[in-house]
Write a protein that binds this ligand. Structure first.
Ligand SMILES: C[S@@+](CC[C@H](N)C(=O)[O-])C[C@H]1O[C@@H](n2cnc3c(N)ncnc32)[C@H](O)[C@@H]1O
Length: 175
């Protein structure tokens, strides 16, 4: 190794486990990600893992297939903090009425760029759109703010779980 190269040591799994929580967190209820119109169960599993990493909860609709998708996607095999939502629009209205900030993760004209999104200082709900049609128009009216992740490639959008994970990290103040 040349004298200018820093020695980089990859932390082994046993050491990483010692640094992590022994149990999953109970509901911190400060940061929630809300994929309220999900299509693919695999994306819910990916988001669940990010929720554990940043200390967030997930709000999902009571679709019949969702509990099974969450059970399959919960690769950490620990209880996850999940809020069940019967009526997405009514739920969003109640979140706002009770003082939460509702942030839409969406490619929208009025959106702030991810780098300009401050960490959540009050209870915050990050709303994700449907994998094909995005956040429905009726729900856009219920957002306090929209955030967009800039893209320079040919694709028109990111995978919803990737987009949600990036925004969660930013809101949690970990990026
Ligand atoms: C695959 S995208 C939906 C795109 C859909 N074809 C449309 O035109 O509305 C699914 C969701 O991922 C999120 N998303 C994907 N890329 C994003 C980006 N670059 N910035 C913000 N949100 C994004 C949004 O929540 C979006 O509703």
């Amino acid at each position: 190794m040349s004298p200018r190269q820093a020695a980089i040591r990859v932390r082994p799994p046993r050491e990483l486990r010692r640094q992590r929580r022994r149990r999953s967190h109970t509901c911190w209820d400060h940061l929630l990600v809300a994929p309220l119109w999900p299509l693919h169960g695999a994306n819910l599993g990916t988001l669940l893992r990010t929720c554990d990493a940043v200390g967030a909860c997930m709000a999902v609709p009571r679709f019949p297939w969702v509990p099974e998708a969450l059970a399959r996607g919960n690769t950490l095999r620990r209880p996850a903090c999940v809020h069940w939502v019967g009526d997405p629009l009514g739920w969003l209205e109640r979140q706002r009425a009770s003082g939460s900030r509702v942030v839409g993760v969406e490619l929208a004209d009025e959106a702030v760029r991810l780098a300009d999104l401050p960490a959540a200082r009050t209870r915050t709900v990050a709303v994700l759109g449907h994998e094909q049609s995005g956040i429905p128009a009726e729900a856009l009216d219920l957002l306090d703010l929209a955030v967009e992740i800039p893209m320079v490639g040919a694709g028109s959008s990111l995978n919803v779980a990737v987009a949600g994970s990036l925004v969660l990290y930013r809101l949690a103040g970990l990026l």
